[in-house]
Ligand binder design. Structure first.
Ligand SMILES: Cc1ncc(COP(=O)(O)O)c(C=O)c1O
Length: 484
């Protein structure tokens, strides 16, 4: 299957030479230093030219498509991380090891061979408006033609406009925004803001909580597997079970008794990566009351749940709770640009004002991302994506619960809110087998990051009912096949 072009052969040979001749500090011990020759630079220029032609091509013929597949496999294996080739269980175990995503629209995408898939993964939550929503693409394209990024020295109107719309939309007194590029960095900023405002170092997080993988956000991670290789992380983070407000109160009482200082409690209103766990109705209101009583901030990580995903604009709206700091990401960029934010109240924001560069980012809140964000919020409001998610979520959860009754020994739980839905299977192998069976039938789903036996259904919030029904048929077919 793999076609290795001469450039890669040369690169591999060079690497072998380096491995043989290099010392620990990377300088060569008598070997040729790694200065690309004129010839190899020419090859790199040709290679980049070849890819530009592919990017710019309207259509690729059969030969070029096959070549893209084999080159991509080679490139992942040699230059990226060959683990990816095996790891994507739904895809690899579905016999589609080499599947290459190529184009898409709405809730359907195509691989490079033209096979169509119903997208029930939604790019792990980024495609709330669907893939390639025309209004969002148009806004980004127009801004791209005018000016893609900014000097950061003059004022950028789109950054202000997006902040205004979000500030008016957000619950409670949340009004001020900082924009950045991914959910992890939104959490990172929220943690810094909480420490800066309170002058306290500690955090309380939830077991099986997921907030990102940089050092600060990873310190809040509630699963050992992802923490262990990087310990010691931030020392003053204490873990409590999700959906247990009493445990938070106890932990804060304990901290006070021994003089530990806690800046904030960080929580996902619905635990996403843990497997779509919805808390009891009094959990968030109780957390709010406990945080206020102890003088501790409440940080809602709405990176996955925000902007309509759970059937309300923000998941905290289900319980009328206003956090002190809120993190957004994923769908905020409309599935077109990376964009995230953390928000807080004018009172808390004051600490960032004397030196606004105390927390800054070169690309955060760039004009392209903000154009995407403004268009994404427009679509979310105009198309009532939260309302659509609520209605379709109710229908889908009902159908999945009926399915669970037909396969009670294999599909052991169905839960979720809006269109953040988890199907928990009896074990990881069965979960993978279902994902693979669905992929073979042209439906993309994937496990949640902290629970591989729980498959997430996280489609676009405007997914047509006909596609949901088709997915349900294919799911039943898959379960039939696996259990017969
Ligand atoms: C609740 C939550 N917070 C933070 C993150 C990290 O976001 P990102 O992967 O964009 O950095 C995620 C990602 O899944 C998430 O679900």
């Amino acid at each position: 299957m793999s076609v290795v072009i001469p450039l890669k052969k040369a690169a591999r040979a060079r690497k072998t030479r380096r491995r043989k001749g290099s010392s620990a500090n990377g300088t060569s011990a008598g070997a040729t230093p790694r200065v690309p020759s004129r010839g190899s630079l020419k090859k790199l220029i040709d290679e980049s030219r070849r890819w530009l032609a592919i990017i710019n091509a309207h259509k690729l013929n059969e030969y070029r498509r096959r070549k893209v597949v084999s080159d991509t496999i080679d490139n992942f294996r040699l230059y990226y991380n060959k683990g990816y080739l095996e790891y994507r269980k739904s895809v690899t175990e579905g016999g589609q090891f080499a599947a290459i995503e190529w184009s898409g629209r709405g809730s359907v995408f195509e691989d490079i061979t033209g096979r169509k898939f119903i997208d029930c993964l939604g790019g792990y939550g980024i495609y709330s408006a669907g893939i390639n929503h025309p209004k969002i693409v148009r806004a980004v394209r127009s801004q791209l033609d005018r000016m893609p990024l900014s000097s950061q020295e003059l004022l950028d109107p789109l950054r202000g406009a997006l902040a205004e719309i979000l500030g008016e939309l957000a619950p409670g007194d949340l009004q001020c925004c900082f924009f950045i590029n991914n959910g992890t960095d939104a959490v990172e900023g929220a943690m810094k803001l909480a420490r800066m405002y309170t002058g306290k170092p500690g955090f309380i997080s939830c077991i099986r909580g997921f907030h990102g993988k940089s050092y600060g956000s990873l310190s809040l991670m509630g699963k050992a597997e992802y923490r262990a290789p990087f310990e010691p992380l931030l020392p003053e983070v204490y873990f409590v079970p999700f959906n247990d407000a009493e445990a938070v109160d106890d932990e804060l009482n304990k901290a006070e008794a021994v003089g530990k200082e806690i800046a904030a409690v960080v929580v996902e209103p619905v635990q996403g990566e843990a497997g779509a766990y919805v808390p009891d109705p009094d959990y968030l209101p109780r957390l709010r009351e406990i945080c206020t009583r102890h003088g501790v901030l409440l940080i809602a990580d709405e990176v996955q749940t925000g902007l309509g995903r759970t059937g309300r604009m923000f998941a905290v709206d289900h319980w009328n709770v206003a956090p002190d700091i809120m993190c957004l990401g994923k769908a905020l960029g409309g599935g077109v640009m990376p964009l995230s934010a953390f928000m807080s109240t004018p009172e808390i924001w004051k600490v960032l004002e004397p030196n606004p560069f105390i927390h800054s980012s070169t690309f955060g809140g760039n004009p392209l991302a903000c154009a995407a964000g403004i268009a994404a919020l427009n679509v979310t409001l105009e198309e009532d994506l939260p309302g659509q998610a609520a209605a379709m979520g109710e229908y889908l959860l009902g159908e999945l619960r009926a399915l669970r009754k037909r396969y009670p020994e294999h599909l052991i739980d169905v839960r979720g809110l809006g269109l953040l839905i988890g199907m928990e299977f009896v074990d990881t192998d069965f979960g993978y087998a279902v994902a693979a069976g669905l992929f073979r039938r042209g439906v993309l789903v994937a496990g949640t990051l902290l629970s591989a036996k729980t498959l997430r259904i996280e489609p676009a919030l405007n997914i047509p009912k006909a596609l949901v029904d088709e997915m349900l048929d294919k799911l039943e077919d898959t379960l039939k096949e696996l259990t017969e």
